[in-house]
Design a protein around this ligand. Sequence first.
Ligand SMILES: Nc1ncnc2c1ncn2[C@@H]1O[C@H](COP(=O)(O)OP(=O)(O)O)[C@@H](O)[C@H]1O
Ligand SMILES: [Mg+2]
Length: 459
Amino acid sequence: MSTGAGATQGGSRERDKDKTDSSTSLPAAGVSGAAASGSLGSTGSLGGSGGLGGVGSQPAAPAQIIRFKTGLRNTVWDCMRDRGWKETDSELDWDFFWADVHWVHETFDHVYLHEHQRINHFRNHYELTRKDLLVKNVKRMIKTIEKEYGKQESLKFEFISTSYVLPQEHALFQEEFKRNSGGVWIMKPVGKAQGKGIFLINKMSQIANWKKDPRLKGARGTAGGGEDGDGPEAYIVQRYIENPYLIGGKKFDIRAYVLVTSYYPLVVYIHRNGFCRFSNSQFSMQAKDISNLYIHATNVAIQKTSPNYDGDKGCKWLLRNLKMFLISKHGAAAVDELFTEMEALVVRSLMSVQKVMINDKHCFELYGYDILIDSNLKPWLLEVNASPSLTAETQFDYDLKYAMLNDCFDVVDLERRYEKDKRLRTRVGGFDLVYNDGPVKHERTSNYSSYLASQSMQK
Ligand SMILES: Nc1ncnc2c1ncn2[C@@H]1O[C@H](COP(=O)(O)OP(=O)(O)O)[C@@H](O)[C@H]1O
Ligand SMILES: [Mg+2]
C-alpha cells in the first residue's frame, strides 16, 4: 500500500524495520479454499476473534480493577462488565469513560484528566466524522499533495465522490451540475446518521429552493462543531455512485472498524471482521425509483423498516464472505488489490485530518467507516462515524460487535498488561496495526498484502 505517507511526512520520519511501503507486496490469495456461495443471508460463522498474534511479550496481571462510566446498555457495557471492570456514575472519578459525542462537545474542554484516565473520543473528532469537514479536509489534502508532490500522487486521495457543502458552495455545485449535464446527486445532512434527512436529486430545481424545502427541516448541522446543533442548515451534495457493485442485484456498503490510538504519531488498527449491509430491494437507477431509499440507502435503520426485511437473517454479510465471493468472480489478485486499496483509503483519510486533530494521550477512537465498492472494484469513502452502532440486531451481530470491542479494549490496554512492552503489537485479536507513523509491514504468513476480512485467529 502506498499511502503517500513518505510524501506527506517528508524525509525526516524514521522508519524502523517493522515498517515498509507494502506496495511492493505480492498480490495473492487473501482467502484460501473454495469461494463462498454468495447467497444473501448466509453470513457464515464468525470464528474466534481473539488470540494475540505477532507479539513477543506475555501479558502482566491486571494492575487494578478498572472503574468505567458509560450511558450505554449494550455490547459495550456487557464487554466492560465481562472484563471484570466496575461501573461508576461518578462525574469524573473514573479510569475509563465511554462517552457520547455530546459530552465531548460540551464538557471535555472544561475537565482536567489524570494521567491514567482514558476516553473514547478525540476532542475534535468531527473534523473527520462530520461529512462537510471530512470533505473539506480531504480536498485540502489533495491540494497540498498536488502542490508538493504532483498530480499523480494527489490522485490517490480522490476516494470521496465529488461533493459540495451547501449552502456555501451552491454556485460551484450549480456549475458542476451544468458542466456534466446533470446526473444523480445525493443530499446528506452533515451531522446526521442512519440515513436521516437523505434524498436523491437529478434536477437542479429540486434544491433551487432548498432552504424552504420541508425535507430539510430538522436537518441542522452547526457551523463550528457538534453533530447536532442550532446552526444554519448544512448539507453536502455528493455525486451519487450510480454503478455500485451488486450482488444478487442488490446494493450494499461496507462497515469497517478502525481504531486510532494516537494522531501524533498516527497509529491505526483495522479490524478484520467488518461486514456488508445489503439493501432488501433490487437496485435500479430508473428515475421513478429515485426517491425510494429502500433501494438507494443501505443503512440498517432504513432497511429494517423495509417490507422485505427478514428479522432473523438481518441484512448483513461478514466481510470475509464478500471477499470469498469476489475472489470467485474476479480472482484473488484483483480482490487483494481492492482490499489493500480500502486499507489505504482509511489511512489516507486519517492523514488528511492529522494536522487539525487535537492529539491527546487520554484519547482513542473507534470509528465506523462506510465504504462503497463500485462495479469497477473501486472503493469509495462515504463517511466516517464517531459512534458506530454497537447495539446488536441479531446474535450474529452481537457476537461480531462484542468480539471486536473486546479486541479494542485489548489494544487500548487499560489494564496495563502490556505497558512494559514498548513495541506496538502488530496484531491484537482481529485488529491489525496497519500504520504506525508509516505503513506497517506485518510478519506475513502468506503473500497477500491486506488482512482485512481475513480469518481471525482462534483463541
Ligand atoms: N455518494 C453516494 N453514492 C451512492 N450511495 C450513497 C452515497 N452516499 C451515501 N450513499 C448511500 O446512503 C447511505 C447513507 O449515507 P451515509 O453517507 O453513510 O450517511 P448516514 O450518516 O445517513 O449513514 C449509505 O450507506 C449508502 O448506501
Ligand atoms: Mg452511514
